[in-house]
Ligand binder design. Structure first.
Ligand SMILES: [Zn+2]
Length: 171
């Protein structure tokens, strides 16, 4: 496993559409492991292929709770319900946060790393994370969706505070 370089801000790869994965081979499995490690290094909750420079439809999410770690191949949102206003950030925009409206609940279909079909019924933070990461696969970043006037550039202390709030809310 290895830490991969993150892509930031105006890197044009973040604006590109990722391709479907046809074969889940060792290279994809290695990519998934590296993405997980890279995400953990930077305390992220999720990461998508383009953020490590790979235009493939793969996302990794870890909400740091039992049973809440996912690696999803070719994820698709098949249903969404309700709305939630959430504070959001992104590993590719390390010091920016803002309020975004996301669906309250989503149903996502994908493949796992064994190529098995999975269907996830998610709400709250997991729904938010899924929407955020799947947006990345379509070249969309959270700053595109941020509520006007809510985008803030923050200090490391404030960032910690937001992360703590999110963790507590999720308990
Ligand atoms: Zn992101």
């Amino acid at each position: 496993m290895a830490i991969r370089n993150l892509r930031y801000d105006n890197d044009e790869i973040l604006r590109k559409h990722s391709r479907e994965i046809e074969v889940i081979d060792d290279k994809i499995k290695e990519l998934a492991a590296d993405m997980l490690e890279t995400m953990h290094k930077w305390d992220g909750l999720g990461i998508a292929g383009p953020q490590v420079g790979v235009l493939k439809r793969i996302i990794v999410i870890d909400l740091y709770e039992e049973g809440m770690q996912f690696t999803l191949i070719n994820p698709v949102i098949i249903k969404e319900k309700g709305k939630q206003e959430v504070e959001e950030g992104c590993l590719s925009f390390p010091n920016q946060f803002g309020k975004v409206i996301r669906p309250k609940e989503v149903v996502v279909e994908a493949l796992d790393l064994d190529g098995k079909k999975v269907k996830l019924e998610a709400k709250d933070l997991l729904a938010q994370a899924l929407c955020h990461e799947i947006d990345h696969l379509n070249g969309i970043v959270f700053t595109d969706k941020v509520e006007p006037g809510t985008l803030e550039v923050i200090t490391p202390e404030r960032k910690k505070e937001i992360q703590e709030n999110r963790k507590n809310k999720n308990k």
